[in-house]
Design a protein around this ligand. Structure first.
Ligand code: AMP
Length: 554
């Protein structure tokens, strides 16, 4: 099965139409026991598109989705696209202020959400603010299979709220209440935006990456081409990465639909639950972030389980420490390969070979049609020499058009045509890419650049360490100095002195952390990446000092 030719930009929803045409009877979604086939999904999407059009949404309208992983996400996503609109993904756990800022920046007047107590009241309170005029609400009970649908309101009272029946609310059920006859407006795939994907970018302010239909189709095909033996209509994708995050959107949902795979939608991450779901539903593909694989390994260590259905796991979003990969592969028998990407690139840029030959410490080789340049941080005018470190710049069909309404930034973001990523790395003679760190995370220590990742990797060599974050803190003489925060594996421990003695073999004195602080846990972003930003905020509260500057995180 070969990927489609690269030069074929098309509307993103064509992926779903084609899956429905050829594999209509196959399951498209399973969610807490409810099943939807591809034929049913395509019909629901047509109805959603017709429903959005009736609400007056169409070409160029930006529609918000603020949903956990659930069928309404997939239906609304493709319905918005088919109606000609642009999806704006919102993290449902955002604080009201963050939601408000993003609503205003993107110009979202309609938001699709759910009746969960954790999410709905925040959005309801914003109705009439920042341009938000209407909520389309998918009720959790409506998405469950018949028996659970009846029991849910009884068992989970308090988890959902009643939705008012007024002009500012539309039930998702009502949106879909039509015959689906609808002619989609013409789409120019290389110009029309499929998604505005908000990200911390490289400066710390959340900005919308403008991803066209062609960008997202290209990236789906690029990742598809990395799968050694894709089985159309027969894969099952464990979809635990949140779909509002670009990695879940492309590597779980869009790739899954390209494969006519069954999307096993999981709304909330809990390692023990995931292990049970794998044993029962036997997924074959499992994209994730390193902390997810760490948690699964710990769960399987406690309670052995059969995970042998999984053929490929792709880890992205954050560095995958070699010990995390080795432990996961040894415990589960699954193959785990690291990739690299960013919201601005739809997101996938590099992937290690999935059929063996993955290199520890490398994020793999560029996906097809992707050209990388490395530009030395202190001399960006010239390309880095082979093996020399530099800022990674990307050209390829998956690279965004720019940030939404940020003309000044966009003017300097593509020097010579390639996107600046803000990540520092180098490439070996076989084309494998190694990331050193992010420019914004670099610690400036007495005139030297110290990369927190070097410290983190060194600590990961110690058998007691489960998770680690290294960050720079202000220092009276050196400007900044590194500190490391560590979490031990269950039943393991070591003193900070012993850890420092261990690190002497791996780190120079400049890189040696001033302090090693032991914690029970480390904060994570919604997608599961270790969060430096939240850690610094915690430290600021604990010490009563302002948090050092760090960028927003995805
Ligand atoms: P986001 O746009 O939120 O997906 O974040 C993208 C950023 O995550 C990139 O610019 C990198 O700094 C980081 N990242 C993604 N994948 C990796 C990886 N495999 N190793 C290290 N950092 C990564």
């Amino acid at each position: 099965m070969s990927p489609r030719p690269s030069a074929l930009p098309q509307p993103l929803y064509v992926l779903l139409d084609e899956a429905a045409k050829d594999y209509g009877h196959r399951p498209a979604i399973s969610f807490l026991g409810a099943r939807i086939t591809y034929a049913e999904l395509a019909t629901l999407v047509d109805r959603a598109a017709a429903g959005f059009a009736r609400l007056g949404l169409g070409k160029g309208t930006r529609v918000g989705l603020c949903l956990p992983n659930c069928p309404a996400f997939v239906i609304a996503y493709f319905g918005v696209l088919k109606a000609g609109g642009t999806v704006v993904n919102f993290n449902p756990l955002y604080a009201p202020k963050e939601l408000e800022q993003q609503i205003a920046d993107a110009g979202v007047s309609t938001m699709v959400t759910t009746d969960l107590t954790l999410i709905y009241p925040k959005l309801n309170a914003l109705l009439g603010e920042a341009g938000l005029e209407r909520l389309v609400v998918a009720r959790m009970a409506d998405m469950l299979p018949p028996v659970k649908r009846l029991l849910f309101p009884l068992l989970k009272r308090g988890e959902t709220v009643a939705v008012p029946d007024d002009g500012r609310h539309v039930l998702f059920r009502q949106l879909l209440d039509n015959d689906g006859s609808f002619t989609p407006p013409a789409i120019e795939p290389e110009i029309d935006l499929a998604a505005l994907q908000y990200t911390g970018g490289t400066t710390g302010v959340s900005k919308g990456a403008m991803l066209t239909h062609a960008n997202l189709v290209a990236n789906t095909e690029q990742v598809f081409a990395c799968i050694p033996d894709p089985r159309m209509g027969a894969e099952r994708t464990l979809t635990v990465l949140p779909l509002f995050h670009v990695f879940g959107m492309t590597a779980a949902m869009n790739l899954g639909i390209r494969l006519a795979a069954e999307l096993v939608l999981v709304p909330r991450f809990d390692a023990a639950d995931i292990v049970r779901i794998i044993a029962r539903q036997r997924p074959t593909l499992f994209p994730g972030v390193p902390t997810i694989y760490t948690a699964i390994s710990s769960a399987v260590e406690k309670q052995p389980a059969d995970l042998s259905s999984i053929r490929y796991c792709i880890s992205g979003g954050a560095p995958l420490p070699a010990d995390v990969r080795a432990r996961f592969e040894a415990l589960t028998g699954c193959r785990l390969a690291e990739g690299y990407g960013l919201s601005e690139c739809s997101p996938v840029v590099c992937v290690n070979p999935l059929d063996g030959g993955a290199r520890d410490g490398s994020v793999g080789r560029p996906v097809r049609d992707t050209v990388l340049e490395f530009r030395p941080v202190d001399d960006p005018g010239r390309p880095a020499k082979p093996g020399e470190r530099g800022e990674l710049c990307v050209r390829g069909p998956q690279v965004m058009r720019g940030y939404w309404q940020r003309d000044e930034e966009n003017a300097v973001l593509f020097p010579g045509g390639a996107l600046r990523t803000g990540d520092i790395g180098y490439q070996d003679e076989d084309g494998f890419v190694y990331l050193v760190d992010r420019i914004k995370d670099m610690i400036l220590c007495g005139g030297y650049n110290v990369y927190p990742r070097t410290i983190e990797e060194a600590l990961h060599q110690h058998p007691a360490i489960l998770e680690v974050i290294a960050v720079g803190f202000p220092h009276p003489y050196r400007g900044q100095s590194p500190k490391a925060f560590v979490v031990f594996r269950e039943g393991e421990t070591a003193t900070p002195e012993a850890l420092r003695a261990f690190l002497k073999d791996y780190l120079s004195p400049i890189e040696m952390p001033d302090e090693i602080i032991v914690r029970d846990s480390l904060p994570k972003t919604m997608v599961g990446k270790l969060s430096k930003k939240d850690l610094l905020a915690e430290v600021a509260v604990e010490t009563g000092t302002p948090a050092p500057m760090t960028a927003a995180e995805g």
